[in-house]
Ligand binder design. Structure first.
Ligand SMILES: CC(C)(COP(=O)(O)OP(=O)(O)OC[C@H]1O[C@@H](n2cnc3c(N)ncnc32)[C@H](O)[C@@H]1OP(=O)(O)O)[C@@H](O)C(=O)NCCC(=O)NCCS
Length: 349
């Protein structure tokens, strides 16, 4: 049974550059704090009214499809990973199918936050290996800038995230041993609320600790979105940054090592590690732990911030465009994020 390979890859980031200095106009923060704690210098923000998570995904997909040497009509399945969907429902997959005038193919949305792209890739990999599909489009795209708290109250979250999209086309590999060697998926929901956006949702306070449980208005129809939620800024993401950091630095190396061991390989065999761009300090910690050289790890969080499901395909595409990944190279993708969920994919390019 052939493995699946990445036959085409593309990314899109909006033109609008938002520097740390720009953020100072909205909240009490500064360039030094942001760079020292996260490595981020700037990020891109989508055109507020002209671009959506789906339209950015379409731009990335166009490039990936063209580089795979096919057309949108050849795509036989779509997997779209995002936490910033255009609509609560339906998902971005069908909006992309419409926008790209594709056939009436299946479209699946994946909501796995920062590990969304690796999860999506893993699902696509199984469909290719089983012979069910021949050309799967996998997209990771996020328009975070539309849903962040740009006041000082939200600064620990807002400074980290940026907008952008990445996409790949997966096909059966023609050469023996080429392609996705294995994927590894994990979750631990114990700390689901540590990095989460609770509202709007159907939780009805069920899961929330007392200090966070906060429905004032119990009239029917007002539990999903209420005026109180807006007044108390409860429609924004929440994050306990230090708790996320502590878990990430354990799970990243673990899931990378798992992928290497499964294939009888070691960190020294890696040409390139593409870590999800969560925080430069996390990536540096992982690099040290695995004893990788600087040229074995690709980081671009400095330019784009954390683009959640889009960060890995954007970084992978950049590294490939810069000639840092060539045929036969061993590449590891690894992600960790809200859920918590974490995942890796080992690829013989
Ligand atoms: C978010 C993160 C950068 C914060 O760094 P930290 O060193 O842990 O900082 P803390 O949260 O302990 O906050 C330290 C201080 O900085 C302040 N602060 C928070 N955000 C700030 C900002 N943007 N600008 C200036 N000060 C800020 C805090 O209020 C706190 O002030 P205090 O000491 O007066 O209470 C860091 O925890 C992190 O990156 N965690 C992982 C997050 C992540 O990767 N999330 C994505 C998941 S994939």
């Amino acid at each position: 049974m052939p493995l699946s390979k990445i036959a085409g890859i593309g990314y899109y980031v909006p033109a609008n550059v938002f520097t740390n200095k720009d953020l100072e106009k909205y909240m009490d923060t500064n360039d030094e704090w942001i760079q020292e704690r996260t490595g981020i210098k700037e990020r891109r923000y989508a055109d507020r009214l002209g671009e959506t998570t789906t339209t950015m995904g379409v731009e990335a997909a166009k490039i990936a499809i063209e580089r795979a040497g096919i057309t949108p009509l050849d795509i036989d399945f779509i997997i779209f990973a995002t936490i910033c969907p255009d609509y609560y429902f339906p998902g971005c997959g069908v909006l992309l199918q419409r926008a790209m005038k594709m056939k009436e193919i299946g479209a699946l949305d994946v909501r796995n936050q920062c590990s969304g792209f690796v999860y999506a890739l893993s699902v696509a990999d199984q469909f290719i290996r089983s012979g069910m599909y021949k050309n799967i489009l996998v997209v990771g795209s996020e328009k975070h800038s539309f849903g962040l708290d740009f006041s000082t109250r939200g600064r620990n979250v807002s400074v980290i995230f940026g907008d952008g999209a990445g996409a790949v086309v997966l096909q059966p590999a023609a050469k023996e041993g080429q392609g996705i060697l294995s994927t590894h998926l994990h979750s631990d929901g114990e700390s689901a609320e540590i990095l989460a956006m609770y509202n709007p949702g159907t939780h009805a306070n069920h899961w929330l600790p007392e200090k966070l449980a906060d429905f004032d208005d119990k009239e029917i129809g007002e539990l999903f979105i209420s005026h109180a939620m807006i007044d108390k800024a409860q429609l924004f993401p929440n994050m306990d940054g230090p708790a996320v950091f502590k878990k990430a630095v354990v799970k990243f190396p673990e899931v990378i090592t798992e992928a290497l061991m499964k294939n009888g390989l070691t960190p020294a065999d890696l040409k390139m590690l593409i870590p999800h761009q969560a925080n430069l300090r996390i990536a540096q910690f992982v690099q040290q732990k695995l004893k990788l050289n600087d040229d074995q790890v690709y980081n671009n969080i400095q330019k784009f911030g954390n683009t959640t499901a889009a960060s890995i395909p954007i970084a992978l595409c950049e590294a490939w465009e810069q000639g840092k990944i060539k045929e036969g190279d061993l590449v590891c993708l690894a992600a960790f994020g809200s859920g918590f969920t974490w995942a890796s994919a080992l690829i013989r390019w």
